[in-house]
Design a protein around this ligand. Structure first.
Ligand SMILES: [Zn+2]
Ligand SMILES: [Zn+2]
Length: 280
């Protein structure tokens, strides 16, 4: 089974991606959480065009991606889990958790270092919050993120099937936790024990920098709880909170060409280490 999945990796991942994306879009239509401010056409076309561009840039830039490198490491005996004797399930679960922690720490770093915040704030500049927001990352952030992932995969000798599972889970989790859906408060509370819910991640997209610089997790909520970056709810409530960042607030800023040059525009204010961020 795992052999089959690894051989058909691109097709399998594309099917999982499209399946979850369409499911979330239907769910958003059926039970929306907030009223949309911007017409879907502008945001969906530009956000989806960005994903296509990101995917092309990624495939052309790296000779091998995370799952491929994990396969090579397994064959050649590189990395921690390929050197020590551990049960397969332990390496599988361990690799997924270590990769998820690495992504959390990377996310904190992209908020803290001003030059990296310039790249990552594009994700935050979306003026509405729905499943397609979860796909909105600058191509250079995508490349840096893959370089970090490759380093972690190589160092820990993650099993290829674990890396594939991690990539699919991360992608599905991102589509889910950015979606504009209503979950009953009781259900949200239970889900939040194991999963980042849309209400939890929406706090991270608040225009208030104290809230922007919280809830960095993408899949599991444990790193935020454990490391002190967890904020349960937005101060103004989910209906009244403002989405986005102060800097880019016109519909024209949502177009692909503007998104790509955003890192070069204006000061790098609003990041976690900017002393002006919390002075109000
Ligand atoms: Zn962020
Ligand atoms: Zn986000």
């Amino acid at each position: 089974m795992s052999e089959f999945l690894l051989v058909h990796e691109p097709g399998f991942r594309l099917a999982a991606f499209l399946g979850v994306l369409v499911a979330m879009m239907v769910w958003e239509l059926a039970a929306p959480r907030r009223r949309r401010e911007i017409p879907r056409l502008i945001r969906w076309t530009n956000n989806l065009a960005l994903v296509a561009l990101d995917t092309a840039v990624l495939r052309l830039s790296f000779p091998v991606l995370a799952v491929g490198l994990a396969g090579m490491a397994e064959a050649k005996g590189w990395g921690l889990f390929n050197v020590i004797e551990v049960p397969r399930w332990f390496a599988f679960v361990g690799a997924i958790l270590i990769l998820d922690l690495a992504i959390y720490l990377q996310h904190v770093m992209f908020h803290a270092v001003p030059g990296l915040w310039r790249l990552h704030r594009m994700h935050h500049a979306d003026l509405d919050f729905d499943a397609t927001t979860g796909l909105r990352f600058h191509p250079i952030e995508i490349l840096l993120s893959m370089a970090i992932k490759l380093a972690v995969v190589g160092a820990i000798g993650a099993p290829a099937i674990a890396v594939l599972a991690f990539e699919v889970i991360l992608n599905a989790a991102s589509l889910f936790n950015h979606s504009n859906i209503t979950l009953r408060p009781g259900l949200d509370r239970v889900l939040r024990l194991v999963l980042v819910t849309p209400d939890m991640h929406r706090v991270h997209h608040s225009v208030d920098p104290r809230e922007t610089n919280s809830n960095f997790g993408f899949s599991v909520p444990w790193w935020d709880r454990l490391l002190g970056t967890y904020v349960a709810q937005p101060a103004k409530g989910h209906d009244r909170m403002e989405i986005g960042i102060e800097q880019f607030r016109t519909p024209r800023d949502l177009w692909l060409d503007r998104m790509l040059i955003q890192p070069l525009r204006g000061p790098a204010s609003g990041g976690a280490l900017d002393p002006r961020t919390y002075r109000r």
